[in-house]
Design a protein around this ligand. Sequence first.
Ligand code: KG4
Ligand code: ZN
Length: 336
Amino acid sequence: MLILGLETSCDETAAAIVEDGRRILSNVIASQTRLHERYGGVVPEIACRAHTETILPVIEEALAGRRLSDLGGIAVTSSPGLIGALLIGVTAAKALAWTAGLPLTGVNHLEAHAFSTLLADPAPEFPYLALIASGGHTILYVVEGPLAFREVGGTINDAAGEAFDKVASILGLGYPGGPAIEHAAREGRPGRIEFPSAALKPGRDGRFDFSFSGLKTAVLYRVHDPKTGQPRPRAPGDIADIARAFQETAIESLVSHTVAAAIHHGLGRIALGGGVAANEHLRRRMEATGTRQGLEVTAPPRALCTDNAAMIAGVGFHRFAAGLADRLDLDAVPTK
Ligand code: KG4
Ligand code: ZN
């Protein structure tokens, strides 16, 4: 069965066709990064306007000559995300479903990130621990099936990607921050700076939470004197050293907590998802540390880590198979 997936929760307009929840037939992503670049972050009004202009051409490209009647259903991100942005995808999905008489289902964007690894080759077996680290969220899920997600960790303030974006802005490295920090960190000298971990003490209830705001503030105070608010004197190479130390600390926190959570919950596999999972250092460290602990680690291709509609179509297939279609009064919900 072919499912059309639609994704408009943030700053990517995406449509994809996936067969039987596994085989990606098309995966079209129109990124708005260049529109938001000069503001240093996503501007909701600009995102909505771009989604409105792009959604129909993106859907047409994903259909690649197929008709709506070739489809078995339409799946759309309905939460969480920017409310105006979500509404554009949800409204388009409803209109198409109604016109073509197709079943419709809303999909949770974070659960779809945790599912995305199942579209990769090889896909992990259930159960696995998914680390979803993106610009808006940082979550650990125990995944027991394509629709069975249990949250066992999260962030109590900034998301991991948000910390990369804010630190890049503090260091004057541009937007989006993740790739900019990764690039700058390559020139950084090891062991020159230490920052506090973002991994909080594990809770007795089996939760493994993060706090990235202390790490971000430590970077800020390294660059600006908190008493005077003035920039501190800088030597050549300082920015690269700070970028490197920040990246290593943020990633070590993600890796140590994810591995500890997998062991605590008796899981033998870890899967990565979300934009930060595109980070080469995170992929390598998770693989090395996980393998040392006897855990299997899968990091899907980068295009499946960042926002895409193939993961939405994938979850959608399983929702239809489980009889979980939604009606045309499906709502967009900004919170998770
Ligand atoms: O999943 P995603 O594409 O969108 C959201 O759902 O937020 O994630 C975007 C986030 C941004 O914060 C971006 O800076 C971060 O992922 N990111 C990275 C890298 N590439 C993207 N963070 C660290 N290293 C990277 N290479
Ligand atoms: Zn995302």
